[in-house]
Design a protein around this ligand. Structure first.
Ligand SMILES: *Cc1c(COP(=O)(O)O)cnc(C)c1O
Length: 428
């Protein structure tokens, strides 16, 4: 019997193996602090000389068990939970890019991430170049500058539903000595494991499918442990030179390529910014993970049926779902997402904004929510919600025309979803 378990088994049993007489389910360590017999014992933890728990802002055993399961699911070497997907993407970039640095990002990304990069991180002195997800290898190469520190994208973009050529983005990033960071929220490790395609760091909004029931906001970062920071030490002084705030520890030397990135993000960013997950919410995320493989299958089956229905409707201008053979991303989907993509699709109702709004109002099964990737079907008009900050040109660049509707298929019966859509289309 092989030691490496199949992904369904990891969903259920990964991260935690109770010993004789221990709780079957992961315990919730609802404690801010941990007790030690001597100050010396605790001092070693503060110096990163020993591993252990002392304060939940840095680390908590429940959170670590869930991070470990996610790490196994993604095939990484180390992982951490954060309070939200926003915190995960912020930490993933800020861990290696400082004031004066530059990052290349796909323009087809979540609106909140776009805002984080384009507005807030810009104020911190980090410059972003946004590129089309369909950019060619040569064009991408031209975007690099001496101070470029990372390339970023989403496996399946929210809400544009474009599929990224992961291998190509990773290859060009590596050629330029920087890691490729990918937000794998929509695909989940069930449908795509970007590390297997060359990605170095994977982020998640666990708020979406991983939780799957709309109960807890959260994020995660998983490091593949493969990027050779030392080979590009001049670009990554934070990982390769002494950290004065920890008595001169050099992360790559002390924790190896497998542990350096996550240890630094925990020891510095979590210490200073404190965007921690709560142990109670980590427990909820774990409950979600236990059924992730079962739910993802159903989400994808429902989305495929809804996409096929919409594709045939004469009231629909276009549908974007990479499971449709006429979709622009069908081939990339077949390559990177052979077992299905996700439950989210986008489409445009014929007419304009008004028709889209009328359609939205008439839905009875699908609820209007600023949420996706949930057991319950929900939908959103991004130009009126998540992407309000963008002007029309930015919307177009992100692949989100003002008439786009994002529809997130839950795990209900697909026929009920289709009947609901049909009656709402009748009302237009
Ligand atoms: C929702 C989402 C985020 C942000 O996550 P929060 O948990 O809401 O902070 C980031 N990336 C993607 C792809 C998302 O869908």
């Amino acid at each position: 019997m092989s030691n490496k378990k199949r992904i369904e088994t990891v969903c259920v049993q990964g991260g935690y193996t109770p010993k004789n007489g221990e709780p079957r389910q992961i315990p919730i360590y609802q404690s801010t602090t941990f007790k030690y017999d001597t100050s010396e014992d605790m001092g070693k933890l503060f110096d990163l000389e020993a591993s252990g728990y002392f304060y939940t802002r840095l680390q908590n055993p429940t959170n670590d068990l869930v991070a470990k399961k996610l790490c196994e699911l993604e095939g990484g070497s180390a992982g951490m939970l954060t309070s939200s997907g926003q915190a995960a993407n912020f930490y993933a970039i800020f861990n290696i890019a400082n004031c004066g640095d530059h990052v290349i990002s796909s323009s087809a990304i979540y609106g909140g991430t776009f805002n984080l990069f384009e507005v807030t991180m810009k104020k911190m002195g980090i410059e972003f170049t946004f590129v089309s997800p369909d950019i060619t290898e040569d064009e991408l190469q031209k975007c690099f500058k001496p101070n470029t520190k990372a390339v970023f994208g989403e496996t399946i973009a929210n809400p544009a539903c474009s599929v990224l050529d992961i291998e190509m983005f990773a290859r060009v990033a590596h050629k330029n000595g920087v890691p490729f960071i990918i937000d794998n929220t929509f695909a989940t490790p069930i449908n795509c494991r970007p590390i297997e395609w060359g990605a170095d760091i994977v982020t998640h909004s666990t708020t979406k499918y991983l939780d799957g029931h709309g109960v807890s906001v959260g994020g995660a970062i998983i490091d593949a442990g493969k990027f050779d920071w030392k080979a590009h030490a001049d670009k990554f002084p934070g990982l390769c030179t002494p950290d004065d705030s920890y008595h001169g520890v050099v992360y790559v030397d002390k924790f190896g390529l497998e542990g350096a990135f996550i240890t630094k993000a925990t020891a510095q960013l979590m210490r200073d910014f404190g965007s921690i997950q709560s142990p109670q919410h980590a427990f909820y995320i774990n409950l979600g993970l236990e059924s992730l493989h079962v739910r993802m299958k159903r989400h994808c089956e429902n989305a495929q049926k809804v996409a096929e229905f919409l594709d045939k409707s004469d009231k629909i201008e276009w549908v974007r779902y990479c499971g449709l053979p006429n979709d622009k991303y069908y081939e990339l989907g077949k390559k990177y997402l052979p077992n299905g993509s996700c439950g989210v699709l986008s489409f445009s109702v014929k007419g304009g904004r008004k028709e889209a709004e009328k359609f939205m109002k008439s839905l009875k099964v699908a609820a209007i929510e600023t949420h996706v990737a949930d057991a319950r079907t929900c939908c959103l008009h991004p130009a009126n919600a998540t992407h309000r900050q963008m002007n029309d040109a930015q919307l177009e660049a992100a692949g989100i025309p003002p008439t786009l509707i994002r529809y997130s298929c839950g795990i209900e019966n697909a026929d009920d979803l289709i009947e609901d859509i049909a009656q709402a289309l009748e009302k237009i």
